[in-house]
Write a protein that binds this ligand. Structure first.
Ligand code: ZN
Length: 498
């Protein structure tokens, strides 16, 4: 840790200490960033009235309006296409089981043994089939488009039993399979299983970015016994048996979703056209009728705490007399719980140029200090701690406020792709997610309610976060990827092409 004297000099150089007669910057930010304001915002966003803020839902829309109102109060400049709103064109894509048919040679899948996973209208009449085994990763990797293009890929899924259907390894293998399918362009992918999948009563109709190319490869799950046995008995590779199938076109409906965006304009002639983005997701899991308790997933810590922090930090920085040199962009995003939809929309439809965006600081789960590992007071974690020099900035300002920026040895890297910072990283932008706790009691449970947060601690953390953001906004040197860490190579590559 650096000495206090060094810090004083460094802070003075960075313009972080006030001119004569003014209290220090940290104190002025703290005076405006009050625990009760955070409590007010979290308690509203996480109230039962908003019904868990599912994407999409009326509760999510109310949350968006509320956040926009707070940005208006703070005097942020609206930068969406509709005031503070960045509209996103999505579609709900509901599979249509009418006339669904799947035949392998003479075996016609019995009713109730086929479900559509990826709904693409399809008619196949005796198409060639090609068998692979999901567990044979080497063979999967070796597949070429020449081998399977236009054929039906029959994927034997190992029977691992259990309600979850195979755990993380099987899940990852399946995801890899689907990514491969998109590349290899088979006519269809069929996951052939020994047993039926439990239907998920909480399954929602899938959402799709309406501006992105629609998937071309249909995916079915089949567990008809005769078909399973035929596939299981066959050697991997081209099969003698032929496939016929009919999948009706899905029922597609437009869904409008919204990110909420406002900016605090930079004032430096050159740096004002560069951008520090601060994000948090304002959606959560909604209502699940068969859940314990009231079934409302309030999402107070996850992530009303991050959204309220964005509001509070924006308000505090907007009230300072001295304006930042770079422009600070505050964005709350939808659809994180469905796989980062809102952040992905932002980076594929950026309000400000990606190449001029110097960092994304994403805020998640900042309010609960009762981490499953034990109490976490006056500290926060950063994902990808060693990926960029961002952590060093927060460590520096944390030395002033007494809040520690911490590397969680186990979760720092493994959680890097588990929140909205990942979309920004994929776009080449140095990014991180700040969290006080990763896993806490009530994580993704109806009990994640606003009364359980530590608002005094949240305010202290947010003052530190605000100081760090301001430091980045005022520094001539933009945050950088750590090129010595091999895990950043793919992000650096994207960055250097911009
Ligand atoms: Zn979250």
């Amino acid at each position: 840790m650096r000495s206090a004297k060094f810090l004083f000099t460094a802070l003075a150089a960075a313009g972080m200490l006030a001119a004569q007669g003014q209290p220090p910057l940290a104190q002025r930010i703290a005076a405006r960033l009050r625990p009760n304001d955070l409590k007010a915002d979290v308690s509203f966003l996480a109230s039962d009235a908003l019904q868990g803020r599912a994407t999409p839902s009326p509760g999510l829309e109310i949350a968006a309006e509320y956040i926009a109102a707070q940005f208006r109060r703070a005097g942020l400049e609206p930068v969406g296409d509709d005031g503070y709103f960045q509209s996103a064109a999505f579609q709900s894509v509901k599979p249509n089981p009418e006339g669904l048919e799947f035949t392998l040679d003479t075996a016609n899948a019995e009713q109730g043994t086929v479900v559509i996973q990826e709904a693409v209208a399809t008619d196949l009449n005796r198409a060639a089939a090609f068998k692979i085994t999901l567990s044979d990763t080497a063979a999967l990797d070796a597949l070429t488009a020449e081998e399977v293009r236009g054929k039906v890929l029959l994927v034997e899924v190992p029977d691992v039993g259990g309600a979850g259907g195979g755990g993380m390894a099987a899940f990852q293998a399946q995801r890899r399979m689907l990514a491969l399918a998109a590349k290899l362009e088979p006519a269809m992918v069929v996951m052939v299983r020994a047993a039926g999948q439990q239907s998920n009563p909480n399954a929602r109709v899938p959402l799709r970015d309406a501006t992105a190319p629609a998937p071309k490869v249909p995916v079915l799950n089949v567990w008809d016994k005769a078909i399973h046995d035929t596939v299981a008995a066959a050697q991997p590779g081209p099969m003698e048996a032929m496939v016929s199938a009919h999948i009706a076109a899905p029922i597609v409906q437009p869904v409008k979703l919204r990110n909420v965006a406002g900016v605090l304009r930079g004032t430096d002639a050159e740096l004002k056209d560069t951008y520090v983005v601060v994000t948090a997701h304002y959606d959560h899991l909604g209502v699940r009728p068969n859940a314990q308790g009231d079934g409302i997933y309030n999402g107070a810590n996850d992530d009303a705490s991050g959204s309220a922090s964005v509001i509070a930090i924006a308000g505090a920085l907007a009230e300072l007399e001295e304006k930042p040199k770079r422009t600070i962009v505050f964005v709350t995003v939808f659809g994180e719980e469905l796989g980062g939809l809102g952040a992905r929309w932002y980076t594929s439809h950026p309000i400000f140029p990606i190449a001029k965006t110097v960092a994304d600081i994403n805020l998640e789960q900042l309010g609960r200090t009762d981490d499953s590992e034990g109490p976490k007071v006056a500290q926060f974690n950063l994902t990808g701690f060693d990926y960029t020099d961002i952590a060093a900035t927060f460590a520096k300002v944390g030395a002033v406020t007494g809040v520690q920026a911490i590397k969680h040895e186990k979760n720092s890297d493994s959680f890097f792709n588990r929140s909205d910072n990942a979309s920004f990283a994929d776009a080449g932008i140095p990014s991180t997610t700040l969290s006080v706790s990763y896993i806490f009691p009530d994580y993704h449970q109806p009990g994640d309610e606003w009364q359980k947060l530590d608002y005094d601690n949240l305010a202290k953390v947010d003052v530190t976060v605000a100081l760090g953001i301001l430091d980045m906004a005022n520094s001539a040197q933009a945050p950088q990827w750590n090129k010595e860490n091999p895990k950043t190579a793919r992000y650096v590559q994207v960055r250097e092409k911009q």
